[in-house]
Design a protein around this ligand. Structure first.
Ligand code: CDP
Length: 789
């Protein structure tokens, strides 16, 4: 949909309505969790382990307790008295809240200090003396799988190794057969390193247990408030926290990107401290704690193989992967899929056979496997297939764009059943790639590259034509800890025609207050400014699974449309009554019903709203409101084609992204300006891991990038001028024809950048470079091939 159906005053779909939430953010008047101040509030700070693996021999709290203002030091033994020292992870593994016997990674929580002031709590944490006995450390997941590796999870009596799970999907026999028959095959080891969500706001909470009401209120930076409430009730029901006595409030959130889905120990300790003292307890991570101890993303060791014919026709894909999960599997994947949606790895190509295997492994690192701006391992899947497609094209000497065009799933093949079982809803991949090629001037760039190569200059062109998979449910296949993955909306129209709507999701900067209002404006013709949107308070919002994995538009957005349509059905009945006409004789135009052929005989939605409370038909219930719990029939499959041009400095190995064209397709667009913002941010989050970001550990498990001094985020200086465009292929099953978009760019960008760098260096024998492509890595390749000294 390119032309809006509603006028600008209403501001339905397709209008670049300015974000309703921005006035409070721009004035510095957002309410983030650290802005919450309660009377008599206490503060928590956490003692963290300097060792990656060690037995705790003793914790001496005497010096800390002697500091005026320090009220308590909470240890694992204290929590064990209430059986709260362990908690379940979202993948049904177990995670320590505070350790009793040993620590499993550097920066793990060891004890917590409760004090009257933030800085006293920090002084108290410094004064806690812990006596450790270091144990052997395993940081490499391949070494963790060796027979003589120390078994890390000694808390699991039956566990005799560090292997968590094996998962495979697809037809092994057919894939092996296709490889045996292949005319050409390519194989590559691709490591996608650990990276870290670096939201502007770190994690934290204020927990307040009101002893009189017996009610726990927790303001916290969570992307999934309802799920958290249920998990708290399940974990702490035995100490009296029933679900109707728990209220989770997600206030404004300064970026989540998947990192604010898990339950971190700090939350549980703060709740326990508040329940024990009856006072509000605030815990806010500092920046170093956030980067060193919160859940990490990626860390996939992939071996991929692609088979095809000499004419470029692809036939089969085979992938084996080792997934490093750190000391516990705390991924936020749907339960049925331990490797997330990695089996979208056949990408945009019509592959007849595919087989994928993933093995999860424990190491002495913080828990990993979160879906950082990614719909559960889709970034890893796209990186693998887009690197392999490029490798194959180069191998057979075919232009990378032509190769993709030849292998794309064709528009007439949709709905398309992939070799790994997904049913892609809609797509026109060639249209997106053509548009990107035209916009960037592909043919001229190829000529320029050929000329530059003759002169010895290093220029590369890289393509990524990715397919995403977003919007989990359907609930038949998707749940988290048994909670089905639907989402919800509840709309109430007031007598004066204004509305309030509440959703089961939670915006962390995506602009839901604007776009959800636009969906209702589209359906009911009520102006966007007359609609208030609320999310994040479990006492008022309908139950939902939250915002991550670009699921808000496909699920809650759809629920908003369905609830609005229920209201419209009732409004039609009221209009027929008011106009003394038959319902079938009424027609709708944005904002009013009128009698067919008599446009003057009309009732506006505002008049109908008033009548719903003052003059509704006898026998009909008063009021105008509806709820929808929307269970999507399928996921949505947004896609795009990105083309990147790089120049490489021969002296330093530095890669400069000269141009980057991104053509995205997320079906019908609610707010073009917000979508463009999502793409811009997403591209920058794709650039970071491609060139700069990586978390590494030394042999002893010490983190090497524990602060922004050496964990490099791209700034405006490094970020190129993104050139964006779009095609529009609506989703056939979404009520608005919309697909999710929040993550497309982060998922699609890295492969385009790597493909461009490898393209620049292919003639020197370079076949692959693992991200991040740092100057030293490139410089070494240039030196080894004699290009530089
Ligand atoms: O779940 P999350 O909000 O992160 O992702 P999303 O559903 O892809 O939406 C991100 C933002 O883009 C939201 O404000 C959406 O309403 C908006 N959007 C849009 O305007 N049109 C689309 N087709 C998809 C998303």
């Amino acid at each position: 949909m390119t032309t809006p159906r509603t006028p600008a005053e209403i501001g339905g779909m397709g209008h670049s309505v300015k974000r309703k939430e921005d006035p409070r953010f721009l004035r510095g008047q957002g309410t983030y969790v650290d802005d919450i101040v309660a009377p008599d509030m206490l503060y928590l700070d956490i003692v963290r382990s300097p060792y990656a693996h060690a037995t705790i021999k003793n914790i001496d709290t005497s010096k800390a307790l002697a500091i005026p203002g320090v009220l308590a030091v909470i240890t694992g033994k204290d929590l064990a008295a209430y059986n709260l020292h362990w908690m379940p992870t979202l993948m049904s593994d177990t995670q320590m809240v505070l350790p009793v016997e040993k620590v499993m990674y550097q920066a793990q929580e060891v004890a917590a200090v409760l004090a009257t002031e933030r800085y006293i709590a920090a002084d108290g944490a410094d004064a806690v003396e812990v006596d450790y006995d270091p144990l052997p450390v395993v940081v490499d997941p391949k070494k963790a799988l060796l027979a003589d590796a120390p078994v890390l999870r000694t808390d699991k009596p039956d566990k005799k190794d560090n292997h968590i799970w094996h998962w495979e999907w697809g037809d092994r026999a057919a894939t092996d057969q296709a490889f045996r028959e292949a005319e050409v095959t390519v194989k590559e080891d691709i490591y996608i390193p650990r990276i870290h969500v670096s939201s502007i706001e770190t994690c934290g909470c204020v927990a307040h247990f009101d002893k009189v009401k017996g009610k726990l209120t927790v303001w916290m930076t969570t992307q999934a408030p309802h799920a958290i409430r249920t998990v708290f009730a399940l974990v702490a029901g035995h100490v009296g926290l029933a679900e109707h006595k728990i209220q989770i409030i997600s206030p404004d959130i300064g970026g989540g990107f998947g990192g604010k889905v898990p339950v971190y120990p700090g939350y549980v300790i703060a709740v326990a401290a508040s329940v024990l003292t009856g006072k509000p307890v605030k815990w806010i991570e500092d920046r170093m704690e956030n980067i060193q101890a919160d859940s990490f993303a990626r860390d996939y060791h992939i071996t991929a193989e692609l088979a095809g014919k000499k004419d470029g026709q692809l036939t089969a894909l085979r992938i084996k992967t080792i997934a490093d999960h750190g000391y516990t599997d705390a991924a936020a994947n749907p339960s049925k899929f331990p490797a997330g949606l990695f089996h979208i790895c056949t990408g945009s190509y019509d592959l007849k056979a595919a087989h994928v295997e993933v093995d999860g492994v424990y190491t002495n690192k913080p828990p990993g496997g979160i879906a950082y701006r990614c719909s559960f391992r889709v970034t890893e899947a796209v990186h693998a297939i887009e690197r392999m497609a490029d490798l194959m094209a180069h191998e057979i000497g075919m232009d990378a764009a032509e190769f993709r065009m030849k292998n794309f799933i064709k528009p007439e093949q949709f709905p398309y059943k992939s070799a790994l079982g997904w049913e892609y809803d809609s797509g026109d991949y060639a249209a997106a790639l053509n548009k990107a090629m035209e916009k960037i001037g592909y043919a001229e760039l190829k000529k320029e590259q050929a000329e530059k190569r003759k002169r010895g200059e290093l220029m590369g062109i890289g393509i990524s034509s990715f397919t995403e998979i977003v919007g989990a449910g359907p609930s038949k296949h998707f749940d988290i800890l048994g909670l089905k993955m639907f989402d919800s909306a509840e709309i109430r129209i007031h007598p004066t025609g204004k509305a309030i709507a509440r959703f089961g999701t939670k915006s962390q900067g995506q602009g839901h207050e604007t776009t959800y209002a636009q969906i209702i404006a589209e359906e009911l013709g009520i102006p966007v400014d007359d609609i208030a949107i609320e999310e994040g308070d479990t006492d008022t919002a309908p139950y939902g699974l939250g915002t991550y994995a670009s699921r808000s538009t496909p699920t809650a957005g759809a629920a908003g449309a369905v609830a609005a349509r229920k209201i419209k059905d009732k409004a039609k009945k009221i209009a027929a009554y008011l106009l003394e006409a038959h319902e079938d004789d009424l027609e709708w135009e944005p904002g009013k019903f009128f009698v067919k052929g008599s446009p003057d005989r009309a009732k506006t939605i505002q008049e109908i709203s008033l009548a719903a409370y003052t003059n509704h038909p006898q026998g009909m219930e008063a009021g105008l409101e509806a709820v929808s719990y929307y269970d999507p029939p399928n996921l949505t499959y947004p896609f795009g084609s990105y083309i990147c041009v790089v120049d490489i400095d021969k002296g330093t190995g530095e890669v400069k992204v000269r141009r980057f064209v991104a053509v995205d397709d997320c079906g019908n667009i609610i707010n073009p300006m917000i979508v463009e913002g999502q793409i811009h941010g997403g591209l920058t989050m794709g650039l970071g891991p491609s060139l700069y970001e990586e978390i590494q550990y030394d042999e002893s498990g010490n983190i090497l990038q524990g602060s922004f001094m050496n964990y490099l985020l791209p700034t405006a200086v490094e970020t190129p001028n993104w050139e964006t465009d779009k095609t529009c292929t609506p989703s056939p099953h979404h009520p608005l024809g919309a697909k999710g978009v929040g993550e497309s760019a982060t998922v699609g960008a890295p492969a385009a950048i790597v493909n461009a760098v490898v393209d620049a260096l292919w003639h020197l024998g370079v076949r692959h470079i693992d991200i991040p492509i740092t100057p030293p890595k490139v410089w070494k390749l240039l030196r080894d091939s004699g290009v530089t000294e």
